[in-house]
Ligand binder design. Sequence first.
Ligand code: SF4
Ligand code: SF4
Ligand code: SF4
Length: 353
Amino acid sequence: MRGEAISGPRPVRSDARPVHVIWMTSGLGCDGDTVSMTAATNPSLEDLLRGALPGIPPVIIYNPFFAYETGEAFMRAWGDAAAGKLDPFVLVVEGAIPNEEVNGDGHWAAFGIDPATGQPITTCTWIDRLAPRAAAVLALGTCAAYGGIPAMRNNPTGAMGLRDYLGWDWVSRLELPIVNLPGCPAQPDNITETLLCLVLHLIGMGPPIELDEQGRPRRIFGRTVHESCDRVGFAEQGRFAQSLGEPGCLVKLGCKGPVVKCNVPIRGWVNGIGGCPNVGGVCMACTMPGFPDKYMPFAENISLVTLYTNAARFTYGPVLRYFRERTIRRKYDVEPPWRRRAAELSSGYRRSW
Ligand code: SF4
Ligand code: SF4
Ligand code: SF4
């Protein structure tokens, strides 16, 4: 998908070189992150492609899902990138990486045909060709970041995240570590925002993305779901939903929000709307490195939850609720006393003349 020239003055310097985004969807995954990005609004995909944001260069995204080109015409960019003719480019990998060295005969993931052999080119081969040429690398979605669903226990593919494949200390030729952007799928605005930050950094207009110890953007993954959830007030006062659809904190129904790093409750899903527990769904921990194995079964609560909920329900929760409701009723949910008809002014106002 290519950004088109738009009429009128553009904020982009006339000498600005395009930044290319080579987006592989051929890992073990479902293309859900590509679909997710189409819902982005802040910034939107169109904002990126059309240079609608001040200072950004033309951005060209090569993604099989969006492309008009097919066959050899589409594969040309991949060949050019591998040959060093596309510069700079961001390599986006979506889907888990199968370990083709140990997972038996044949292959699990491939993309394009090698003209010399007539055989499919495996995803691992593409990564080996492209990663050394890339200016920056983004592992998009939990599958690409940590292995995700394809890497569940007992899977036959040897699936793993991109950092597990290339090495956790791997850096691009510009010395940038792989950015992990987990989520199943990743939240739409998180995707476009991270791409924008990478592009701005590549053209010298922004700092590198600060990452945490799991390779995630610290700004996006600095808080737990619980810290941002709009049901946390219920939890504080010991009000827990017993079934789906009830008001109250969802922790007894299996919500993993207290131990999960994700900004979806505060950012919403599309244009600020939605966000798992905010709209009645338990958090299943889809952004976490141990997802899904460590959080199953999704609809059962984790250890110590019964202790926590009982403590909240039968000790400080009711006490908090009682005093808070009483204070609200007596002090804060009433008008100030001087706002009544009376024989004289009682608001405390003093005339100075
Ligand atoms: Fe699909 Fe989830 Fe994997 Fe993304 S992380 S490719 S949405 S299964
Ligand atoms: Fe925390 Fe989940 Fe309850 Fe929200 S619903 S307050 S995230 S436990
Ligand atoms: Fe995934 Fe939980 Fe975040 Fe929802 S709130 S996107 S289930 S980590």
